[in-house]
Design a protein around this ligand. Sequence first.
Ligand code: ATP
Ligand code: MG
Ligand code: MG
Ligand code: MG
Length: 479
Amino acid sequence: MAKPTIKELLTTAPQEQTVEVLGWVRNRRGSKQVAFITVNDGSTIHNIQVVVDLNQISEEQLKEVHTGASVRVLGKLVPSQGSGQAVEVQAQEVEVLGPADPEKYPLQPKKHSLEFVRENAHLRARTATFGAVFRVRHHVSYAIHKFFHEEGFFYVHSPIITASDAEGAGAMFRVTTLDLKNPPLTQEGEVNFKEDFFERPTNLTVSGQLEAELMALGLGRVYTFGPTFRAENSNTTRHLAEFWMIEPEAAFYDIHDNMDLAERFVKYVIRHVLEHCADDLAFLEKRLLDEEKSKKESERSPMPLIEKLNFVVENAFERLSYTEAIELLLQSKPQKKNQFQFPVSWGIDLQAEHERYLVEKHFKKPVILTDYPKEIKAFYMKQNDDGKTVRAMDVLFPGIGEIIGGSQREEDYDKLKRRMEEVGISTEEMWWYLDTRRFGSVPHSGFGLGLERFVQFITGMGNIRDVIPFPRTPGNAEF
Ligand code: ATP
Ligand code: MG
Ligand code: MG
Ligand code: MG
């Protein structure tokens, strides 16, 4: 039988049975007669309280029991005397497995700032906040697989190393075995990738979409869920150089099916987290409320975390076109008072400030924007008859802005080929992509959800670095 976790012990009926507690000491206090040690093992936000009768176990035996030490306790599970917990453990044996010098261990029972914990990131899994965040992240990931499985989507694995740059975007990490200080050069003086492992330039994937399309146009409904890499050179609170993206792709889905899927999807996952992570969410909500006390009234979030999540689940998302959104922004107070940093006009790529105005100030709910100008979107999106817009959709969330970007894909061979030529994407190199439109082409759609942005929304964490175990940002890849 598996060893019980503290989560399991806390919900076990106490009948003075002997149990084993394994975990890290969070805190120790007490008197001459009795010591109270709180222990956490990562399975739950709650600590278990171990009560030590100092007449039975000597102070000497406890001398290494400090915050951060790992311990093994044998004792009797009994109803708790204090409030808060149903059970506690009366210690019979306390063994320190790994001591933690209290003079040197960085994490103390007091509350640390997020900046401080970020500097000690190697230990952050031991803090209450990050324990909660990473458990929620797990449940989000699990619910994502569950949702797609139930909707008949197959999980496919798109490659991490690829020769195609899906977005035509520049922000890629090159993959090479070449000695770049001393690379073989072509006659023109360029790096000769033909002499490298793949015999061509390759990069880490920026999106698995194109490969997902190949699979969807055979398997019907698929999704990818994998790491994605973008050499974002800006330091923002919502961009990482390595993040996880979920990309469903479905044959015979038009843009409306796609929007419905996206809305059903995020609501399903949030509902799952509300159901399975109630204690962690309650902790995170309280943490946020404490944090907000130091903020200006106008910067505080209008709803406590759990109410906000329920609100999203219970209300239909607002749907409107990019053109309608631009009109709203042009009429808005910030635009008239020149308060947007980036002025609004038809054709601009919406900035976070515009997205947040629409979601937080105007509609006060999640928004799905569609039909963006083709110039600011990728070549593969289905072109509308107006000749100016494409069937794109972005899902915008309060406090975050864009969490999903997607579209109906262009299924017409000639139109796709022409667009690729217009934007300078080699139709020769992408022959395999065009082939899917040459043979048995069908309408199809898909989108990409950034896992970290979604977890940020669900946990209320303000900085994307705080929702991924090992954040990769400029200058940051130590471990
Ligand atoms: P943004 O406009 O915020 O830079 P994007 O339009 O470049 O995002 P897409 O290419 O549409 O992003 O990718 C789909 C989703 O992936 C986004 O909606 C977002 O949730 C997520 N995402 C994109 N870039 C990053 C990043 N650098 N770090 C974390 N998540 C990201
Ligand atoms: Mg971007
Ligand atoms: Mg965008
Ligand atoms: Mg996008």
